[in-house]
Design a protein around this ligand. Structure first.
Ligand SMILES: [Fe+2]
Length: 528
């Protein structure tokens, strides 16, 4: 083996490690990227930063796939629960992208700075990739090599893929149980994973929980949120899911504060506007630092560009919604929920969404969304009660959007938040049985939130309400995720359930299958 030592930096590698690296190693990479390295904001005169203990404790991830690009991510954190445990210095992180898992054919490589102000996170927007291809990636810092991740680019914009397959996930409260669902998700054959919010929970640690949150209180500061994200990310099943598939993520409320709405916290009597603004800035910064988002989503103060869209050839378009940053505050009564002018998306996002949907050339238009659109009565009989945090609290806007769905080709919504599975037909008016069906909504269950459930008690409560809610086609309250598969004839959704989250292992099974046919709004077939 010829060992090339083109840079001062790679010379610091212990010989033993160099010899153990795969054939086309990082040394080749360093040779090709010395120019990139010299562009980093580190002066040659500065003393090298101190050596690190293993900084790759949080694993690797990829996300936001485009036909020619994907974001690869890691964060240097030798002490994950102690604000990362990094010296306040900039570190250089090498990265490689290869077409094989042994990194014999490296096609892209470079060096990225990991800076203290970004929590030593690394987001590399790898460009110049082939559409619809699988790649492997990894990082190196000093003599530490990260685990390898696998990712996949989107198909070419004008291509017409025969099939796409993805997962729908949300709500992974650490304290509620083990990430068995993620372990099975890692083994699925997927083009991407949609994560629809509640990636972390901001609850204070409960010493009686199955696994206890770090810290002593709810997170408020940037360090608090970094520690909370880092704790979640130490989970090896979650790391495996990220290392196996690119993720498309959007936050919901618990990444910041339960039921927050724009600049209003859950409990305005306990958090001043200034305190909540600082909290939102900290929470969004930590969220960005831990998610494989593109730089265009990097927060600017209290604002983060979360709504965005992904096209998968002519088969699938995925607009990703943000239903927190621009929403009107929650209401308490049905009359208030009907009030004109109330919005859950803000005007600008609504315009963007409707433009995207009505001009989309894709056969399937599948929204990545947080809270339920379909009406969700919680009381049996003629009386009704609603959770006004979801679209039931924004009826004026919901009606307008669902009317617009008539102009959209095969609109389908994937939703998180509910900690239950709710397969629904979307109608222009949920209170009239004969109202037009304009689309379908699949509310996925949760990875852990809610813990192991009692399906008997759930059905005792909700089956009578389902009798009055004919747009509900299937309901369930067990833990797991959805798998969606689109082809030119139909969109098939499978409900995948784990047996338990209270033990760190479980089987997975398909509990129900739902079919939406091309050109036929709503759910055509439910089989369980
Ligand atoms: Fe949740």
């Amino acid at each position: 083996m010829v060992i090339r030592r083109p840079t001062r930096w790679s010379r610091r590698l212990p010989t033993l490690l160099i010899m153990s690296l795969p054939r086309r190693s990082f040394l080749t990479l360093a040779a090709g990227t010395a120019a990139v390295g010299s562009a980093l904001p580190i002066t040659a005169a500065a003393a090298p930063p101190p050596r690190l203990d293993d900084p790759f404790t949080l694993g690797v991830a990829s996300g936001d796939p485009l036909p020619d690009a994907v974001v690869i991510w890691t964060r240097l954190a030798p002490k994950p629960l102690e604000a990362g445990g990094m010296p306040a210095r900039t570190y250089r992180v090498e990265w490689q992208v290869a077409t094989d898992e042994n990194f014999r054919r490296v096609v892209r490589s470079g060096i990225a700075p990991a800076t203290p102000d970004q929590g030593h996170s690394v987001h590399v927007d790898v460009r110049g990739l082939e559409p619809g291809h699988t790649y492997w990636y990894r990082f190196r810092q000093g003599d530490h090599l990260s685990p390898a991740g696998r990712t996949r680019t989107a198909p070419a914009a004008k291509s017409d893929p025969a099939r796409l397959r993805w997962a729908v996930t949300s709500c992974q409260n650490w304290e509620a149980g083990y990430y068995n669902a993620h372990r099975h998700l890692a083994a699925e054959d997927l083009d991407f994973v949609a994560f629809l919010g509640d990636y972390i929970y901001e609850g204070r640690p409960n010493p009686n929980a199955l696994r206890t949150h770090e810290g002593t209180d709810e997170p408020y500061s940037l360090t608090d949120y970094r520690n909370r994200h880092a704790q979640y990310r130490t989970d090896l099943d979650l790391q495996a899911a990220h290392a196996a598939h690119p993720f498309i993520c959007t936050p919901d409320d618990h990444e910041i504060d339960n039921n927050w709405a724009d600049d209003i916290p859950q409990d305005p009597d306990q958090q001043t506007p200034e305190a909540f603004r600082a909290r939102r800035i900290a929470a969004l910064q930590a969220y960005w630092e831990h998610m494989p988002f593109r730089r265009s989503s990097r927060p600017d103060g209290p604002d983060m560009q979360i709504y965005r869209a992904f096209r998968f050839g002519r088969l699938l378009d995925v607009p990703v919604l943000d239903t927190r940053q621009y929403r009107s505050d929650q209401v308490r009564t049905l009359a208030e929920a009907e009030a004109p002018g109330r919005t859950i998306t803000g005007e600008q996002q609504e315009t963007w969404l409707l433009d995207r949907l009505t001009s989309s050339p894709a056969r399937w238009n599948v929204l990545a969304n947080q809270v339920m659109w379909a009406q969700n009565d919680r009381t049996a009989g003629p009386a009704e009660s609603f959770d006004f945090d979801n679209f039931d609290g924004y009826r004026w806007q919901r009606r307008r959007l669902l009317n617009e769905f008539r102009q959209v080709r095969n609109p389908v919504i994937m939703t998180g938040d509910r900690h239950c599975t709710w397969a629904c037909d979307l109608k222009t008016d949920f209170d009239h049985e004969g109202a037009e069906v304009v689309g379908a909504e699949f509310t996925g269950t949760s990875i852990t939130s809610g813990g192991d459930s009692d399906p008997v008690a759930f059905h005792r409560t909700y089956d009578p309400i389902m009798a009055d809610s004919p747009h509900w086609r299937y309901i369930d309250n067990q833990r797991g995720y959805l798998i969606m598969e689109a082809d030119r004839k139909q969109l098939t959704t499978k409900l995948r359930l784990v047996d338990t989250v209270t033990r760190p292992e479980s089987q997975v099974r398909t509990a129900a299958t739902f079919v939406v046919l091309d050109g036929v709004p709503g759910i055509t077939d439910v089989s369980a």
